[in-house]
Unconditional design. Structure first.
Ligand code: 5RP
Length: 226
């Protein structure tokens, strides 16, 4: 099976998580586009959707789904989105499609994050995929130097302005062995809008497309603090 077919498989499988009458969170990317295609065929009546990008909003409207402002929503039962990498605890790298900030905002509103991906995205350690970071342009130099000091090789993504008007740096060469600690640290750097480590907003469930079908992984909830 091609990667595209594996994406279509999990896009279709994710429709089972959609509940009529509820608000749905919808992410961004080629796998999510397959999910939206499958959703169109189901014709579920949703209360509306909160979307993580202008592109997804346009696709949702095109199939007759009302797109809601995140500020008008207090909670979203289910958020369906892809990932660039996911580890065995549900931590992810996201932002390959430059939508990471809105994705994290929607994930923060969501009770469950259903990650849909082809099997190539499952990794032991995050970081082979360059880490996307949304940065305010004035801080590009300083943020890049901080990544170099950490052992990474930052590259500014040319020709891309995010939906929020910012720049993306892709950081190569990081081995993200402690996603939560690294996410927390990078979040402190002035000028960083969002880092593409989804550690605090990890997946609850992953649907992985494999040649033998959809493999479902359920991640344990984080232990309550002592
Ligand atoms: C967009 C994302 C996507 O979820 C991620 O890049 C995966 O994309 P695709 O489904 O096209 O492989 O984080 O910002």
């Amino acid at each position: 099976m091609t990667q595209d077919e594996l994406k279509a498989l999990v896009g279709q499988a994710a429709v089972e998580f959609v509940v009529s009458g509820q608000i749905l969170g919808v992410g961004t990317g080629s796998t999510v586009n397959k999910f939206i295609d499958a959703l169109a065929a189901r014709r579920d009546h949703l209360a509306g959707a909160v979307s993580s990008s202008e592109e997804t909003s346009a696709r949702l409207r095109a199939i007759g789904i009302r797109v809601l402002d995140a500020n008008d929503v207090q909670s979203i039962p289910v958020y369906i989105d892809g990932a660039d990498e996911i580890d065995h605890s549900g931590h992810m790298i996201k932002g390959g499609g430059a939508a990471l900030t809105r994705e994290k905002i929607v994930a923060d509103l969501a009770e469950r994050f259903i990650c849909i991906a082809d099997e190539s995205k499952l990794v032991d350690v995050l970081g082979a995929y360059p880490l996307p970071v949304e940065v305010i342009p004035m801080a590009l130099g300083q943020v890049s130097r901080r990544f170099e000091a950490m052992g990474g090789k930052p590259k500014t993504r040319r020709g891309i302005v995010t939906d929020n008007g910012h720049t993306i740096i892709d950081v190569h060469g990081l081995a993200i062995t402690e996603p939560l600690a690294m996410e927390d640290e990078i979040n402190q750097w002035p000028g960083v809008v969002t880092v593409g480590i989804f550690g605090r907003h990890r997946a609850s469930v992953c649907l992985l497309g494999t040649p033998s079908g959809v493999r479902r992984i359920d991640f344990l909830p984080a232990a309550a603090p002592a």
